[in-house]
Design a protein. Structure first.
Length: 499
């Protein structure tokens, strides 16, 4: 068999090789516009919608992707080449991979080149939802004040030139204004980022921006746009080159950007929509009145658990999360962190057995077939840890709970940011917009043991707490002196260490 390019024209031949969409894409309307099409959107929301479109009654709920950043150019080119089709490779723990072609993204607009087109698409009568995966950093809040960051030059630009939007805020307000002026109902804004109260955060930020731009639009958005909170979950590693080769060898299929993911998938959403919603409950999505306990559980256990493995893992030279889990010291450290520091702060969650949930996290992290790189997990830790980990430490400080596991991760992060190499002297790949600032602050260690923590918008007031400072100092000293993270983790896991 010859290699065949994944695209619309070839889809009937590809069907003989692997599962393809059964729906007629020409009849699918884009009821959802998604900003920030990355790996996660394609393994999660687009996969749910793909299943939904299998029933012709629901053909109003296709997706049109939008890329707002220069960094989306590659995605735009590849999706264009492939008519927005891509392969989803689900990696099972027994080593099997299941592959299927996903067709739910029916269109993609690279808004840097055609901003008008993107605005018109969002303002189109077919559009009912605009969903977002723009990462923790995309919400443009000033971590010092918790408010909107008006100093951002792109925000300044779009406030002065509302017809030349650059950020998600400029695009959303331009599109909502058009809808209001045309007498169309508002769309729902559905945040799918790992932020607690993601909908509330999106609402607060958009309203702050709109208020400065146009008072009457502010009122309209406030009254008409719904921002459901949601909890999303599916581990989606960075696509390795080997997956592209695998599709070529196994199926003679040329797909330049397939997606790999674990079998597990979960989505919990507040049932609060401005202009209708797809019946995703048919696919196991949970619609609940209040998503707070679910998102807190997921962010504080799964996302923080990942960092608890990933940061020391990077220093110790473990390349992937499953390699960390194979290391008994790492695995029991992470479990002890979950049991002793997170679980007591979560309280009871309706319908959830936390022990089962934690057991399933252990199994998911240990999946040997999904090679989730620690570099992905540690990427943008400066935005993640203040949301995933530091609140747990703060709450434990306030309530007298254990802090040794969480504190150790901050000390390990300081060392990681300073040294940038692992125990074998191999460079660590650090991906963080604040990498340089973190490095500068960590490297003052010799003069000031606590130097790394002197970034208030990341660490808040931790330094004001005596118990925390005592723990941190002991740990950071031990890390620098012994240079053996692994041994220290084993030591900390002993009952009588510091506490
Ligand atoms: C990870 C998440 O980047 C991270 O820190 O914890 O991307 C995680 O894999 C997803 O939230 C899983 O749903």
């Amino acid at each position: 068999m010859s290699i065949i390019q994944l695209n619309q024209q070839n889809i009937s031949s590809i069907t003989t090789r692997l599962a393809c969409p059964t729906y007629e894409r020409n009849n699918v309307k884009a009821g959802i516009i998604h900003i920030g099409v990355g790996g996660f959107h394609r393994s999660h929301q687009a996969y749910y919608i793909h299943q939904l479109l299998g029933d012709v009654q629901h053909s109003d709920w296709g997706i049109c992707g939008i890329g707002l950043r220069e960094g989306d150019r590659n995605m735009a080119n590849i999706l264009k080449e492939q008519d927005c089709f891509y392969t989803l490779i689900t990696q099972h723990p027994d080593g099997k991979d299941t592959c299927e072609i996903i067709g739910s993204i029916v269109d993609y607009i690279f808004a840097i080149e055609t901003p008008e087109l993107a605005i018109d698409k969002m303002a189109h009568p077919d559009t009912k939802i605009v969903s977002l995966t723009i990462t923790e950093g995309g919400y443009n809040f000033n971590p010092n004040t918790g408010g909107f960051d008006f100093d951002n030059p792109d925000i300044q630009h779009e406030l002065q030139h509302p017809n030349q939007p650059k950020t998600v805020f400029g695009f959303l307000t331009a599109a909502l204004k058009k809808r209001r002026d045309k007498g169309l109902p508002a769309f729902t804004i559905l945040s799918c980022d790992n932020i607690q109260h993601n909908g509330d955060v999106a609402r607060k930020m958009l309203l702050s921006f709109a208020e400065r731009q146009d008072a009457s639009l502010y009122d309209w958005i406030k009254n008409e746009v719904c921002f459901p909170n949601s909890m999303v979950d599916r581990i989606t590693p960075v696509t390795p080159k080997s997956s592209i080769e695998f599709l070529e060898n196994e199926y003679q299929l040329k797909d330049d950007w397939p997606i790999v993911c674990e079998p597990y998938i979960q989505w919990v959403i507040e049932d609060n929509f401005s202009n209708g919603r797809p019946p995703l409950e048919k696919l196991g999505v949970q619609f609940v009145p209040d998503v707070t306990p679910y998102e807190k559980m997921k962010i504080r256990l799964l996302n923080a658990g990942h960092s608890v493995l990933g940061i020391p893992g990077a220093v110790h030279g473990h390349a992937t999360i499953n390699a960390c889990m194979e290391d008994k010291v790492f695995a029991s450290f992470m479990r002890a962190f979950m049991d002793n520091e997170v679980t007591p702060r979560l309280g009871k969650i309706e319908g959830i057995d936390l022990t089962d949930y934690k057991n399933s996290l252990e199994e998911r992290f240990a999946n040997p077939n999904i090679k989730d790189g620690v570099s992905r997990i540690c990427s943008e830790s400066s935005a993640k840890l203040p949301k995933f980990l530091i609140p747990t430490i703060q709450e434990n400080l306030a309530s007298g709970g254990s802090i040794k596991y969480g504190t150790f991760i901050l000390a390990a992060w300081a060392y990681y940011s300073h040294k940038g190499v692992d125990v074998n002297n191999h460079p660590i790949e650090i991906i963080d917009v604040r990498k340089e600032e973190l490095h500068q602050s960590a490297k003052q260690y010799e003069q000031d043991q606590l130097s790394f923590l002197r970034i208030p918008d990341i660490f808040g007031s931790l330094l004001e707490n005596e118990r925390f400072v005592k723990h941190y100092s002991t740990m950071i000293e031990a890390i620098y002196e012994e240079q053996n993270i692994h041994e220290l983790m084993a030591l900390i896991s002993h009952d009588n260490y510091l506490e």
